[in-house]
Write a protein that binds this ligand. Structure first.
Ligand code: PMP
Length: 428
């Protein structure tokens, strides 16, 4: 047994499934996960000291690569001044200003520690502001694990093949309506039927938790139009896309509409536990202490996390996004070519620099499409890549993540590994 397998055995005796979050367990691809001992730039190092090119990037936050020296220095500096105060700090103000200057629709910003809290707060605020109960979400979109948002939630849930989750009350589920993604007719019909009971529609700005399924042209704008017409709110979930697909997230790339509430996470915390809810000042003004919608957090706006987020946003300039975009385009064509050459049915889909590979021949527009793929072929592809020292996301339903630190050497290692992995995928 290698050190990762040893640790996995030990972990399973003290941690459910050996992991602190389900997808990490390699449940759908099999085998023991890499237990990361350290990471730097585009590389992670497993418990045995084996180095892998990392295409997970902490599921998005590591936009600059791991342990960027200036981000680490900012966190060190903050740590030396105290780990947590439970009191406001100047850095929080600076980070909120940095967010608003990139995303003007985030007129006010409330910090929390996880994306789950950000979307949960958005839902509570939408219900509090409208006096309505129903939340509309899309099948395959993941917004964290709060009760109201777990229905048909993609990625971890899809990977596990669970219908939703035990422990969510029928009442909680009844107030969540799930609509097929990229289906304007179905959305229209829901508003026709119960428009005056809908508090909000929540959507991933560009879904990446059922693999990457970009919104069809005009779909987000339609959500905006229908919600506005019926007195409901639009919650744009940019936890994954925010500050990753571009300086102002997906909203900055797509434009043309203005959501009421926007959630951020991942990159905004630079790898530390930090997320945020932004949006219309009149709505955010309904949060405690100003208004009746309660929300709080002992560690919210934590000084180490705000330091990492600020340093990351300061460093994430146009050159960073150009680099990640270019590397992403290169990798998308290299993967496509290798799979074509090996005769493996596949589609590579992207939303800006986010992309994923579906092991099926036809494009994916909905969650049902995404589930109809050859996950066994993905598992063979995944393990061949891992054996060659490339760490892909361990699920066919996840985006692949690159960083500003993925240089020629890292890219060459990935492309060298692809032909063999494509042949493994072809070999059933
Ligand atoms: N929304 C989206 C779009 C996400 O991708 C995620 C996490 N993958 C979340 C919300 C939840 O964030 P967290 O895991 O930090 O709770």
């Amino acid at each position: 047994m290698n050190a990762d397998q040893d640790l996995f055995e030990r972990a399973r005796k003290v941690i459910p499934g050996g992991v602190s979050s389900p997808v990490r367990a390699f449940g759908s691809v099999g085998g023991a996960p890499v237990f990361v001992s350290r990471a730097s730039g585009p590389y992670i190092v497993g418990a045995d000291g084996v180095e892998y090119v990392d295409l997970v990037c902490s599921w998005g936050p590591a936009l600059l690569g791991h342990a960027h020296p200036e981000v680490v220095e900012a966190v060190r500096g903050a740590a030396g001044r105290g780990l947590s105060f439970g009191a406001p700090t100047e850095a929080e103000v600076e980070l909120a200003e940095a967010i608003r200057s990139r995303v003007p629709a985030a007129e006010l910003v409330r910090f929390v520690s996880t994306g789950t809290e950000a979307t949960m707060t958005a839902v509570r605020l939408a219900r509090g502001a409208t006096g309505r109960d129903i939340i509309v979400k899309f099948a395959g979109c993941y917004h964290g694990h709060s009760d109201a948002l777990l229905a048909a939630a993609g990625s971890g849930v899809a990977t596990q093949g669970l219908p939703g989750s035990a422990g969510v009350t029928a009442a909680a589920a009844a107030d969540t309506i799930v609509v097929g993604y990229n289906d304007p007719t179905a959305l229209d019909a829901v508003f026709e039927r119960m428009g005056d009971r809908i508090a909000a529609v929540i959507t991933e700005a560009a879904p990446a938790n059922m693999g990457v399924v970009p919104p069809s042209a005009g779909f987000n704008a339609l959500i905006r139009e229908l919600t506005a017409r019926h007195g409901a709110l639009m919650i744009l979930d940019e936890v994954l896309t925010g500050f990753r697909v571009g300086p102002a997230g997906w909203l900055g790339l797509e434009g043309g509409y203005r959501p009421d509430l926007i959630t951020f996470g991942k990159v905004v915390g630079g790898g530390m536990p930090l997320a945020a809810l932004g949006g219309r000042a009149d709505l955010l003004g309904m949060l405690a202490p100003l208004g009746p919608v309660y929300q709080a957090g002992t560690l919210s706006g934590n000084p180490l996390a705000t330091a990492a987020g600020l340093a990351t946003l300061r460093l994430a300039d146009d050159a960073v996004y150009e680099h990640v975009n270019r590397r992403s385009a290169e990798l998308q064509s290299a993967v496509g070519e290798a799979l074509s050459r090996a005769g493996v049915p596949h589609v590579v889909q992207n939303a800006g620099n986010l992309f994923s590979v579906f092991f099926r021949a036809e494009p994916v527009r909905t969650y049902d499409d995404a589930k109809d793929q050859d996950t066994a072929a993905f598992a063979r592809f995944f393990h061949s890549m891992l054996d060659s020292g490339i760490a892909l996301p361990p699920s066919a339903f996840e985006a692949w993540f690159l960083s500003a630190a993925h240089d020629d050497r890292a890219m060459a290692r990935i492309t060298d590994a692809l032909p063999q992995a494509a042949r493994a995928a072809a070999d059933s």
